[in-house]
Design a protein. Structure first.
Length: 173
């Protein structure tokens, strides 16, 4: 199985992914540490390191699926090309694919989570609240192929226990 997280930075998708991964015994593959490693290798930040991180994550997920392992991909996945790469990968192996989109309906809580997190990712700056607000304009609707894939949208305001249980029920159906 391939589970793909989606949502804005600070919404809670990484936390939910980690708990789901632990409960199901699935590895969690996060794009941000990959991008941090790319930057740590000396690649200039003016290069498309975000795209490179998605491609590296896809290659790692490809190897896991080829070995019969299930995996959770943790990334923003804000646009159809990002979402479609996971669709193609799942189709390549005939694996089931589930999208879990995480939102935070309380802007103050979302902002607080974002501003108080400390992931200690070398060379990768945490996005500011202003940048997250601006990225709302770039967060595409679920259309095309991605609209046809099973997806649940979770509101992280409901709390970790509730969102995890909803996510687990969704992926196990």
């Amino acid at each position: 199985m391939l589970i793909v997280m989606a949502g804005l930075p600070g919404a809670g998708k990484s936390t939910i992914a980690e708990v789901i991964g632990n409960r199901l015994g699935f590895a969690v593959l996060s794009v941000d540490p990959i991008e941090s490693a790319i930057l740590s290798a000396g690649i200039d930040s003016d290069q498309p390191t975000g795209l490179a991180a998605y491609l590296v994550a896809e290659a790692i997920a490809d190897a896991a699926l080829a070995n019969g392992q299930s995996i959770i991909v943790d990334a923003v996945n804000a646009v159809d090309p990002a979402r479609e790469q996971w669709i193609g990968l799942a189709q390549k192996y005939g694996e089931s694919l589930r999208f879990i989109e995480v939102q935070c309906s309380d802007p103050e809580l979302h902002r607080s989570r974002l501003e108080n997190r400390n992931r200690t990712l070398a060379h990768l700056e945490e996005p500011t609240w202003h940048a997250v607000e601006q990225s709302l304009d770039d967060y595409a609707d679920w259309t095309g192929e991605s609209a046809a894939v099973p997806r649940i949208t979770l509101d992280s305001v409901q709390g970790l226990g509730v969102t995890v249980e909803k996510a687990l029920a969704f992926v196990q159906q």
